[in-house]
Design a protein around this ligand. Structure first.
Ligand SMILES: [Cu+2]
Length: 415
């Protein structure tokens, strides 16, 4: 098949090889420079070239292991889904929130529902799967497990969507992710925070005047304080389908040590809180320019550095609140769309040269290579393809099993 045929199969763009007059015609599929149907900033030509090459490489590689052009799933932007699919996704997430947890109660007494199973293992693995070589493959399999649960346990018909944040870098709240629609969005910002009683930060190096809070990362042999913007909200989300969601696991990263509940495994019932921090998105970081720069990285070390420096943290801190706790961000259902965008950027990077890049890995075995306080003698050396990853509920794949999107049961492409 010619690559232009693949483009039309995927719903991609062929405008780059068409005369301008044709490219300007009513656009479906959407093309570089043409305003997207769902609004936002059009995909720029340089990113489109990268995405087209990814599509071409993936579609040209299919056939093995039962993943074919007929069976490959399309993961789409939330802003490009139709309302019925958006409603069905939200319904399925709420369905998982109403199913009982499968995690052993002795491991996490606070795990109540099926979403908590995901939060438990994310908390448990946080110091291993972030700022490490496992970041990308671990989260790839994690997203896939959630997608499978939505489809197989709750009847969701489509596939995992992504938060198209570069498209809305001028104002993220213009995205259908955040527009507050009670049935088709994830709700909006949290209510304004209530000032802390007594004004104390509980012993951590914080003060009341700051717009940044420092949070302690537990589990490392050193005290690692993570700066976190306080943002523009901080209270409960009051709009959208998750306004009444009750969280019980976490929070974990806190302004002070919490020896009684170090990892937030004990039940702490509360609302879902957010604190939007637009300063990270007002043209500053989650832009097409940065997305393009990240994907143009020449090797996996630079790619992961770009994701960490320009994208991952900023995506979380834009949301703030529970979605910005490095251990339990999964408490905010939008987490999975946020990480699908990161998985998409990785897939596009891999798709520039599938043969050389699919199994490329770089990084330590722990958070910044810092030893863990429960195993300080274990050297946090470099991650390899043959390391087991702990995914929860008995799933322990090797790193190499989390690298491809069209093998070992995975069969999807980002469009
Ligand atoms: Cu994570």
């Amino acid at each position: 098949m010619h690559w232009a045929d693949w483009a039309s199969f995927i719903g991609g763009c062929v405008a780059l090889v068409m005369p301008a007059a044709v490219a300007a015609a009513p656009a479906k599929p959407q093309c570089s420079g043409t305003p997207p149907l769902g609004g936002g900033i059009p995909i720029p030509a340089d990113f489109q070239v990268l995405q087209d090459r990814y599509h071409e490489q993936i579609m040209g590689s299919l056939g093995a292991q039962g993943c074919t052009k007929d069976s490959i799933a399309k993961r789409r932007s939330w802003d490009d889904l139709d309302d019925d699919t958006r409603k069905d996704y939200i319904r399925a997430v709420r369905c998982l929130a109403n199913e009982p947890a499968l995690t052993d109660k002795s491991l996490a007494p606070g795990a109540v529902n099926r979403l908590d199973d995901f939060t438990y293992i994310h908390i448990n693995q946080t110091n291993i799967i972030h700022q490490s070589g496992y970041l990308l493959p671990w989260h790839r399999l994690f997203l896939w497990q959630l997608e499978e649960a939505l489809r197989n346990e709750c009847g969701y018909k489509d596939y995992l969507p992504y938060w198209d944040n570069a498209r809305f870098s001028a104002d993220q709240t213009k995205s259908r992710v955040w527009d507050g629609n009670p049935a088709t969005s994830f709700g909006g910002n949290g209510a304004p925070r209530t000032p802390p009683e007594g004004g104390g930060g509980g012993g951590g190096p914080n003060n009341n005047e700051s717009t940044i809070q420092l949070l302690l990362i537990p589990g490392l042999v050193i005290d690692f304080w993570l700066p976190m913007p306080l943002g523009t909200g901080g209270g409960c989300v009051t709009t959208g389908p998750f306004a009444n969601l009750t969280l019980t696991l976490g929070p974990v990263a806190k302004p002070a040590r919490d020896p009684a509940n170090k990892y937030g495994y004990l039940p702490t019932p509360r609302c879902l809180a957010r604190s939007f921090d637009p300063s990270y998105t007002g043209g500053a970081s989650l832009t097409w320019g940065n997305a393009t720069a990240i994907v143009l990285a020449g090797d996996i070390e630079d790619f992961r550095a770009g994701i960490e420096r320009l994208w991952h943290r900023q995506s979380h801190t834009f949301i703030g609140g529970d979605g910005a706790d490095p251990f339990s961000p999964t408490n905010d259902p939008v987490f999975y769309l946020l990480h699908a965008q990161i998985d998409r950027l990785w897939a596009i990077w891999q798709g520039q040269d599938l043969q050389a890049r699919t199994y490329a890995i770089a990084g330590n075995r722990t958070f910044f290579g810092i030893p863990l306080d429960y195993a300080p003698e274990v050297p946090p050396s470099l991650a390899t393809m043959d390391d087991p990853m702990e995914m929860g509920l008995g799933f322990r794949p090797l790193t190499r099993e989390g690298m491809a999107t069209t093998e070992l049961g995975r069969c999807y492409i980002y469009v």
